[in-house]
Design a protein around this ligand. Structure first.
Ligand code: ATR
Length: 274
């Protein structure tokens, strides 16, 4: 019988570690799968997804810049995908497309389980208001923080997210470069794509104290610009998003295969080979 096919679609996608992670999960759990790297330019997404489905593919991860766009192709959305307005996991079931979002779950698992942080009563600052931010706001608010501020270069986009999540918790918006520092932040999350584009915007230094944990959703072989910046500001800890990457992948794997892989050895392996 043919091996079940999965893959990740994005643009650019050559840097993606998802194929390696899913291969390690498959080895660990004894599941036989094939996982492909699929570079799909904006405007070509629907064609590529439908073709993957038509040729018998079982599931896809969807990454930058397609996470919002792909939700329009889904016949069913999970509650967390619909709250986020962004999808990172597709399952092809009985001719229909099911969309889910495992990003927020992955981030929370890394923060709470792997890093041992408690977010109840915390003051949280999220930098950026794009697709990555939409996926994490709901799960972060479920942890009952004291406040969650979204700072974005384009204020209107942060304000839209505040309207979307206003009923879920104490969320507010501000401009990227004028973050109020009346409160000290326990956690600052970089959810901008600035690092991916090689940019290093003027992150709000005054928001960091020696009690602040800084977390970059981006990750790299070398420290990311944000993680270097966080260390320079004297943050308590500066963490790159390797853990979130592995945890969101594990949740996708569970959705597809019904088996939850053990993430710890895979994360260790990723960091060794990084
Ligand atoms: P993603 O799905 O990765 O979130 P996105 O939807 O394109 O990608 O959003 C990118 C985010 O990074 C946005 O918040 C964007 O700010 P704008 O809304 O003002 O465009 C932010 N971003 C990208 N490059 C940036 C830069 N150089 N400085 C500050 N913010 C930046």
């Amino acid at each position: 019988m043919a091996v079940d096919r999965y893959g990740v679609m994005g643009y650019p996608v050559s840097h993606s570690r998802s194929p390696v992670i899913h291969r390690l999960f498959a080895l660990q759990t004894g599941e036989e799968i094939q996982y492909e790297l699929l570079q799909v330019a904006p405007g070509k997404l629907e064609m590529a997804v439908r073709q993957f489905q038509r040729t018998g593919g079982k599931g896809l991860n969807i990454t930058v810049p397609h996470k919002s766009e792909v939700s329009k192709l889904c016949d069913h959305l999970s509650e967390r995908a619909s709250t986020a307005g962004a999808v990172n996991t597709l399952s092809f079931l009985g001719g229909e497309i099911h969309g889910d979002n495992t990003d927020g779950f992955g981030l929370l698992r890394d923060l709470v389980v792997n890093q041992g942080l408690s977010l109840e009563g915390a003051n949280i600052l999220v930098l950026g208001a794009g697709g990555a931010t939409r996926g994490i706001i709901g799960p972060l608010l479920e942890m009952e923080p004291e406040s969650l501020r979204i700072a974005n270069r384009t204020l209107g986009k942060a304000q839209e997210l505040v309207e979307r999540f206003a009923l879920s918790g104490p969320v507010s918006a501000c401009r990227f470069n004028v973050v109020p520092v009346t409160e000290t932040y326990d956690l600052i999350i970089n959810a901008t794509s600035a690092g991916l584009q090689g940019d290093s915007p003027p992150y709000p230094g005054a928001a960091v104290s020696d009690q602040t944990v800084c977390y970059d959703l981006s990750y790299g072989l070398k420290p990311t610009p944000f993680s270097i910046w966080a260390r320079e500001q004297g943050a308590k800890r500066s963490i790159m998003g390797w853990g979130m990457l592995v945890e969101q992948a594990a949740e996708s794997f569970r959705i597809w295969r019904g088996v939850r892989p053990d993430t710890a050895p895979v994360l260790k392996q990723m960091l060794i080979t990084a």
